[in-house]
Design a protein. Sequence first.
Length: 725
Amino acid sequence: MDEDCNKTSFCIPFDPPEIQIDVPSSPRNALPNSPFSERDLHDGPQLRFEAYRTAWEKCMTRITGIVQELQRSTLDAVVKEVKASYMKTLPALPHPELPIISVVNPALGENLMENICAALESPSNDVTDNEILTSSVIHLRPADFQTISAGMRGIVSGFVDKDPDTEQIKRRASTSLANYDIGTLEAWHRFRSHSQGNIRKPTLCVVLHDFEQIDPDVMQNVFYTCSKASPQLPLIFILVMSSPLTNFINLAYPRSILCRLRIRHFAAPSGPTILQEIWTKTFFDISFDPDVMFGPPLLEYLQDYFNRHNASVDAILTILQLAHLKHFSLEPLRLFVKHTPANTLSQPSAFVDALRVRLRLASKTREKNSMDVDEQDFRAPEDLITAVDKSRTEFHNHARNIRIAFGIIERIQVILERHGHKGLGWSGEKGSSSAPLEAILDILRDRSGRDVKHLVKLTRRLNAHELEDIIDELNTYFFNMPSHVRVQEQETRSHLTLLRSQIPRVDDEDADTENIQALSQRFSDWFSEYMNIKLVPIEEGRLWDIWYTGRTSVVSEILNPSVRASIIAGLLRPYEFQNESSIRSSPITKALWQLPDTSILFKRYLDSSKMINVYDWFESFKSVLDLQRIHLQEAEVSTRSSSPRKKGRSGNRAGKGKQKEPAPMSEEEEERWKTFVHARFIRALHELDYLGLLKHTGRKADHVLRTVFEIDDDGDDGDQLRGPD
């Protein structure tokens, strides 16, 4: 700190006094005071984190492939339109048209435009004359279009500076065009086309991100300037828009500019369809077997968050990643998700004892339910490994049966709708776009009996053509399953094939109606029995909570926490948020002078009325810092007196029962201390102001208003925060 007290500002490095806090140490790699710390392994957190990474990478790879499939149609259409923009032009136009491609992309994010740009810049062969076509792509944003010259400079310099060949050209300021002149870009493009020897000139694509935020007055002049150079300069503008397909361009730009533009609209998939595709093809697709299955609470929360707050793929990925991370942090046994480490079960430990107890309880439950159970007490490590591996196999088989059942229900519903039946009401006027997800929720909650009964009733009244289509669809479904699943379902396939062979031809006029009704009845009975076998609750499996979250909440409390309550709790009890102490069961109580400056000032803030006198506030803060200074001086004197040389004399002094006063300060030191306290007060005041806890009033310059009232200082502040009425 500068020693000149006449200066108006001072810089105080953040160097808080080192105050010792008695916090019991905890073993490394353990979770102190967690519900399962006593039965966790020494390296349990590390092993579970590795299991989490494996499970999440598998899920992430699957979702990435699904998103790419969702992007493919839009990507191919945009790339095709770009490459054909200057191939076929309308004749007899009053002036050339500038190609404009708008891509509405509210959900798929930046990844879609990255893939489009990568496809445009990659060489491709044109089938007409075998010429190699490429595109040069630059990205511009609203900040690049503050003025017309700035926008043109961004377009011209973006292409010219991107080309490494132009760096070798020596330029002279007197003979060079301005970097915002469209003629510079025309000359560069002619040079580039001639050097590459292409008869057909490569296209120049300008990607405008957040197009709605660009000033239309600036952009219409940019469009006009670029259209004057077309088609000699093959410029193409790709507008990235976040709003739905509307007439934004027609409303924001005048007709004199629109007549020079050839606009093509493309909309990427959006809305609940994205969530439905990702969820069904990740967790309810027979061709994919995720390591972790999620219960109804996560799907419900994801639907609500996606529909009300953030309808994007990034939001889905964030929530699913947090769900994976939390799943592996709540139970030590979840390190067995992928495989069973033999070394973890070879040595006796509380972890092994907990696993043995779980297996014994599961065996007793199976005995009560009259299920087959191995008669063993799981004492040997080999028995534990075998039991865990068998439980994992049973769970995946169980989850696969549920996926098969959902696939059959989905395909029967599609065929019924194709033939004009309402079915389960997934589409139509009263149908919902999230109906398949609602059916999944019913299956996970073991409430799908009503839907199954309704489909059983409908399949009993099928005609020959409808029954034939349903059986053919199911046969195709079973045939396209993975080989190991197809082998397990061989009996079902044989039954459906036999039933299909007994259906008379559709054009047979002599077909017996009663025979067709009997076949429909047989199919309906098979469907009902098959669903009863497949749709068994997952919770009935042994050790099911290792691979399935069940009906417990997963991420709702960690994805959207109460920020205001967290800030207040941190100001009231700062040491409980330090390192491992944030999860301690007993609060850390410290005196007021031991708290940081901001917490001290906030404590005095709570003791004041609605309007705070800043001078009185400073005086109360200064009194606490004076007390803090006295305690620190006493601690320093006590440390010095405990040395071996002074131990005897200090002991005699202590025996007299006199409390040592702090050393007096000189006038210069006193003035420096006041300045130091003043600066600390201003810094703490600014921090509270930055957090939004103060409101300045225009009536009194030396007063501020509180914005938070009725806070329980004992710790129950989360539900008792209230602003001013």
